[in-house]
Design a binder for this molecule. Structure first.
Ligand code: RP5
Length: 173
């Protein structure tokens, strides 16, 4: 059994999607990660979605670059919520994948996050938020995560007040 299926179009996507896996690990959310391409292995995409449904997954995160059909194809296969992560391509920098993923036709929604590493991290956090509905333990972990994030901003501001901008930037480099 697992709560999140992460599906990537290629193993070349894995270094970015490590950011998704790390956050799910931090929240102790079980996931399965698979390489399956909407274009190269369409049957494997379908089989992976069926496996996620059978194993009680509550969310699917699908990440792909270039002509990124994967999140849309996954959403067409299931009624589970699907989060799409557009990945950077060398030629166009991820705008290609962003537009492919975000421009879904009415009726088959994909929740689209930012391009690349930021999106990969936010996909995990959004998945945790979805799973936290009706799960007080997970909600508490999300609150703690937000508090930690806010304290880190406070610490940075205190440091800036102490050092001034020139020293702060120099030390950050
Ligand atoms: C997409 O094409 C994949 O998600 C990947 O981002 C991109 C390039 O794939 P590879 O040629 O590196 O396998 O389907």
């Amino acid at each position: 059994m697992y709560s999140v299926l992460i599906i990537v179009g290629s193993d070349s996507d894995l270094p970015v999607i490590e950011n998704t896996a790390k956050i799910l690990d931090d929240f102790q959310v079980k996931y399965k990660i698979r390489v399956a391409s909407a274009h190269r292995t369409p049957d494997k995409v379908k089989a992976s979605v069926r496996d996620a449904e059978k194993n009680g997954a509550g969310v699917i995160i699908a990440a792909a670059g270039m002509a990124a059909a994967l999140p849309g194809v996954v959403a067409a296969e299931t009624v589970l919520p699907v989060i799409g992560v557009p990945l950077e391509s060398k030629a166009i920098g991820g705008i290609d994948a962003l537009l492919s993923i975000v421009q879904m036709p009415k009726g088959i929604p994909v929740g689209t996050v930012a391009i690349g590493k930021t999106g990969a991290a936010n996909a995990a956090l959004l998945a945790v938020r979805i799973l936290a509905v009706g799960n007080p333990g997970l909600s508490k972990k999300l609150e703690a995560y937000r508090k930690k994030m806010a304290s880190s901003v406070e610490e940075k501001d205190s440091r800036l007040q102490k050092l001034g901008i020139k020293k702060y930037v120099l030390e950050k480099q």
